[in-house]
Design a protein around this ligand. Structure first.
Ligand SMILES: [Zn+2]
Length: 304
């Protein structure tokens, strides 16, 4: 079978730019991306070199005979049990809505948190079934089933479905865009190759690519896990990125995204999220938006 596409460059590098104008003449859009994640009790430690299992220092097959990794599970569980509530409190305090990338398994494990964030008006973004089951491990049909399962789990829990998708590990397959288009998704967000949304086409459908930020950028707190970043480092990365994008956005409106992982939302990290929010709020012409708001705005005002 010929894949939908087999090259990043065919689809993403050639993705069509959009002439962007944000609402009310805003210069820069700022999206806050929460991440609520869950890992399966597997994989077996033997697979832990090939699958992301979270935590600072997960056990491997060589380490122990025991598959049960209490320390890693405990570190991961901080997100759904504790960190999510801090992020929701801070967002409410500042009157902001965010887009939460949520594994379907996290919705099963932490239903109260997901119901609450939905009730508060935050966006639910499909984020694979579990953090450690990346799409690249699945066949095309398994991938389709997984995307459908994610839609159904959120639909059943809160009565609405996600229209955006971020693959766990930000790693999708040559089929993902086509499958997302078929399942009614409007936007996809794995790419990190731009500072503004653009158009991607697959399977005869057009989706909006809403670029993300990885740990290398400093604007994804996963850098605190294995790259030696601290919560304070996030703030300086945020301010630096904000300053440059704000300047460039005067002529060419752009998008800044900060990723906030619930399992990293310790008290000190919460303080940094808050200071970053206050910094961005101190400038005129900044549009805080959910990612779906950005997408709908582009569809309704910039693509007609
Ligand atoms: Zn994730």
């Amino acid at each position: 079978m010929i894949p939908t596409h087999d090259s990043f460059y065919d689809v993403f590098s050639r993705g069509k730019r959009v002439k962007i104008q944000w609402p009310n003449g805003a210069r820069l859009a700022v999206t806050l991306a929460g991440n609520l994640e869950a890992w399966t009790e597997t994989p077996d430690p033997k697979l832990r070199r090939t699958r992301h299992v979270g935590g600072v220092n997960p056990i491997t097959a060589e380490d122990v005979r025991c598959k049960y990794d209490f320390r890693t599970a405990s570190e991961n569980d901080y997100g759904g049990r504790t960190g999510i509530w801090r992020i929701l409190r801070i967002l409410e305090k500042h009157g902001l809505k965010a887009s939460f990338n949520i594994n379907a398994l996290a919705a099963i494990r932490y239903p109260d948190a997901v119901k609450q964030l939905h009730a508060q008006g935050h966006e639910i973004v499909g984020h694979s079934y579990a953090e450690d089951i990346q799409l690249i491990l699945l066949s095309k049909e398994e991938e389709r089933e997984e995307i459908r399962a994610c839609v159904k789990i959120f639909q059943d829990l809160v009565g609405t479905r996600p229209y955006g998708w971020l693959s766990s590990g930000m790693r999708h397959t040559e089929y993902t865009l086509e499958l997302l288009g078929e399942e009614g998704f409007l936007w996809h967000g794995d790419a990190v190759n731009d500072d503004a949304p653009y158009l991607v086409e697959a399977g005869g459908k057009t989706l909006i690519e809403v670029p993300y930020r990885n740990a290398v950028s400093g604007l994804n707190d996963t850098g605190m896990y294995r790259r030696g970043m601290t919560a304070r480092d996030l703030l300086s990365a945020f301010r630096d990125e904000f300053d440059i994008l704000y300047e460039e956005s005067q002529t060419d409106p752009k998008l800044l995204t900060m990723a906030m992982h619930c399992q990293m939302a310790f008290p000190a990290t919460g303080k940094v999220y808050e200071e970053a929010i206050k910094y961005a709020k101190s400038f005129p012409g900044v549009w805080f938006a959910r990612r779906i708001d950005v997408v709908r705005w582009l569809l309704d005002h910039c693509l007609k």
